[in-house]
Ligand binder design. Structure first.
Ligand code: GDP
Ligand code: MG
Length: 140
């Protein structure tokens, strides 16, 4: 595997900020060896969230997801490190917090609110293309 320093977008979603888990999440990122490059607390509006989640427009969970993401401040992080895009997704755990493995952020802290929306604490870009697009969107 070749050396591949990357940057990724991590969001601590409103549930993570409200539950005072920002520090715990950042601790896990830093413990893994990744570096914080930029950070800010943002109250996101609908148009930003619709663009961020463009791939999910039209899906049944889209509306509740946008409402949830609008419900409070989001901690926006630019994180750098070797293969950090894949690595942070691994730290986060799988989307469904009930299925996410213990030891992951979602597995340890995520809550499943049934059909409404998955309050799974974090977002991480899923590919180099997504990371470039999302970093430009949130740090424009
Ligand atoms: P992620 O990349 O792991 O965050 O997952 P996705 O990109 O597929 O979905 C974006 C976000 O929408 C997830 O983090 C969840 O908060 C929510 N979500 C995704 N799929 C579902 C679903 O099937 N049901 C519900 N209720 N929420 C979902
Ligand atoms: Mg995704």
């Amino acid at each position: 595997m070749s050396t591949q320093v990357q940057e990724t977008l991590v969001l601590v979603k409103p549930d993570g900020v409200a539950r005072n888990l920002s520090g715990e999440i950042l601790r896990r990122i830093e413990q893994k060896g990744y570096s914080l490059v930029d950070a800010k607390l943002v109250q996101a509006d609908r148009s930003l969230l619709a663009e961020h989640y463009a791939e999910h427009q039209g899906k049944p969970f889209f509306e509740p997801l946008v409402e949830f993401m609008e419900s409070g401040p989001i901690l926006v992080l630019r994180i750098a490190g070797e293969r950090v895009i894949e690595g942070f997704r691994s730290l986060a755990g799988t989307t469904d917090p009930t299925a996410a493995a213990p030891g992951t952020i979602r597995g340890d802290f995520g809550r499943d609110w049934g059909t409404k929306v998955q309050q799974n604490l974090v977002h991480g870009s899923d590919s180099p293309e997504s990371a470039a697009r999302e970093l430009a969107l949130w740090f424009s």
